[in-house]
Design a binder for this molecule. Structure first.
Ligand SMILES: [Zn+2]
Ligand SMILES: [Zn+2]
Length: 163
């Protein structure tokens, strides 16, 4: 197998694993993982970068599934509700949860967005959320923090730049 074929196979395996994990989460939450939701999720999970709604629409159209934008947005809403994708506010784009395999603890994630390759990573951000909540309340302000997004350089891009 060539390097490219290997990469392709790995991407396919990654999508399949993500779909399996998402299927379990949908079942746990009693939300239907319809064919359309699954298709939209597969497109988002196929890359490590974030994907815009219209890009999802285009990619599905190329594969012969032509949808109205509203259908894609409805599917995205369901995926967001299930927590299997997140929205990257700065880019108005979506990415598959990187912690699908982690038991749902209610701890809020922090998003790490690479400025160079667009990859989005995710890590536990609960300590940061707690600090924001505490500081806001101390200022007599009721916070409603839904996400913390950090931009910077991912490990692979950092290594590439050192070469
Ligand atoms: Zn997540
Ligand atoms: Zn990067």
């Amino acid at each position: 197998m060539t390097a490219n074929a290997n990469e392709e196979q790995r991407a396919k395996d990654r999508v399949k694993t993500s779909v399996d994990q998402a299927t379990v989460i949908f079942a746990e939450k009693n939300i239907r993982f319809t064919e359309l939701r699954k298709k939209v999720f597969e497109e988002i999970a196929s890359t490590t970068a974030s994907v815009g709604a219209y890009e999802v629409l285009d990619r599905l159209a190329q594969k012969g599934t032509r949808l109205a934008p509203i259908s894609v947005y409805r599917a995205l809403d369901a995926l967001l509700e299930a927590g299997v994708v997140h929205r990257l506010e700065s880019k108005n784009a979506y990415f598959a949860c990187r912690r699908l395999h982690v038991p749902r603890t209610g701890r809020r994630p922090m998003f790490l967005s690479c400025e160079h390759c667009g990859t989005v990573l995710e890590t536990d951000g609960e300590d940061i959320f707690s600090s924001i909540d505490a500081a806001s309340r101390a200022a007599k302000f009721e916070p409603r923090v839904r996400f913390v997004e950090v931009t910077g350089t991912c490990q692979e891009c950092a290594a590439r730049r050192k070469v």
